[in-house]
Design a binder for this molecule. Sequence first.
Ligand code: GLC
Length: 649
Amino acid sequence: MNDSPLHQFGLQLLQSHKIDFKKNDKAFVDHFFAHIDEIEFLFNQIYGGHSKRNEAFEALLNALILFYQQRTAIFKKKDTAKVKKQNWFLSNEITGMSLYVDRFSGNLKGLQEKLPYFKELGVNFLHLMPLFESPDGESDGGYAVSNFRKIDARFGSNEDLYDLIQEMNQQDMYVMLDIVYNHTSHHHEWAQKAKAGDAYYQDFFYCYDTQDIPNQFDQNMPEIFPESSPGNFTYIPECKKWVMTVFHQYQWDLNYSNPSVFVAMLDHVLHYANLGVDILRIDAPAFIWKQMGTSCQNLPQAHTLLRLLKQCVLVASPGMALLGEAIVSPNEIIKYFGTDEAIAKECDVAYNATQMALQWDALATGDTRVMLAAQHPIMQKPFGCTWLSYTRCHDDIGLGYDDEMIERAGFNAYQHRTYLKNYFAGWQEGSPAAGALFSVNPKTGDARISGSLASLCGLEKAIEWKSEIEIEHALKKIILMQAMTLFIGGIPMLFYGDELAYTNDYSYLQEAGKSYDNRWMHRPIIDWNKNEKRNEVGSYENTIFTATKKMIALRKSLAILSDLKNTNWMPPHNIHIAGFVRTLENKKLYCVFNYKNSASFLTWYAFKEQGERPSVLHDHWTGQNFKVGNDHEHFVLAPYSFAILETIK
Ligand code: GLC
């Protein structure tokens, strides 16, 4: 603390809230004064000239104090432990699963009963897909929130969530919830008031009297759901305004140029922190700042706002990490960890959407060259931050890497992308994949891919074809894809159902609120009788469940798999094999993956050019030991297989 007017003002606020400077609240006071200058600096960058600046800034500081005061002793204790441990989320001991509570277990109470299932598998971190009130039929899977504080009745009650989180805490499990930060449902109170003509709340959104400004915006803004929700604005007859709706027409974009919006959403963020959230998933952060003449994505002000949010969280709930769900191009994703003087001071975690898509690229082509050519931006991740590593999630797969990366690998980008889309849509001759194209934009030729892990890996068609070899390959592909995700570094986040090889579910086509969105094909309704099959040796469910469990256990047993910025790609020796080396002190772990449908060979030299010349390698996956041969001799990887090799001599 110093004598500056800001610190004196802060001191007054703390005193008015009866903060205990000496004992109980000492750590909080330290955090408060350690971050307040940065908070003011960032706040002024965005809102310095705004007429509501002073009022909003005071409200922000009050929110930090109040939410800290309301935080329970358990979570304050957890904060202290996490701060002491530093970057707790880098640990190899965390494995997550993302799930829809209703589709997985009916409701929150049901989920609590299923906690032993996660223990059996080794999952100790749950991403619960959006739980807050969201209108049926206009919900976008919960990403159109009409009440940020009330659990939607279909999942249970606020108390049920409270009980679940307490229980998870007892069991040393972590939890992630979403804050749908960019937009609200048009049924949210703010939108309702705006519709009714309340100017204060119209200013919470982007509302225009005529279509002139919307048309100008539209010239540079891409469409997110061109098929189901074309354009970026919707005419609202009640208030006779054009409102910005970048995602669906029922999702109204929040106007963060209004400081009251930032403060109101901060309130929700801190409320979620106090529910006991360990990682908060900030939905669609790339979109939170709009500026005419730009794509309205990834703008510098969006980053400033995220940094400001991070600083606020560091004061009020320092144990809660932030995940930025920025599914954008590789060179843009990396910026969500912070840049320049703010490096490692923005989001703690970001989706490794580039690597995820690259794995699908390698699987379809049997060639890992694009994966290697695209690593440069991924490798820029700062120390202390981590990736959320995943093979599938509730969303589509976007081939978000740059054409130039494909071309550097020696392919024509247009033809390569066309091949991938045809392959996963199942149109390519001989393709075993059963997926579908999502959000096809005839104007740009863009399309993304829907489909479950198992169906995209070929299991659905292989069963239909009654082909033993295709079934075997499909199962191996599922395991290969998950292995890379689990061993590459970052928090692995499985998607529910994938641990049991669920194929696509086409029942969404019969539901009016879902049939327009084929992402529902890979959001299964769990059949617990089918899940029992995980115990039937020889079943697909058993094969995949056992392998997934074994990989998770292996990851947990090897500290070298923590994300200490200790992943380096091996130079290419065989285009079908991707390999990286994980290091820790003087240890090395070689992780090699064969994306080809036949055996692939790697010269032993590949293991010798890393600064050590091992003589015996132990494969943690199969348990086999390999005597390292001469440089020109080979280590052989079977079709779609991998090895996790540690030097033992
Ligand atoms: C995020 C979600 C996606 C949703 C979109 C709009 O990208 O992951 O499911 O449709 O935001 O909220």
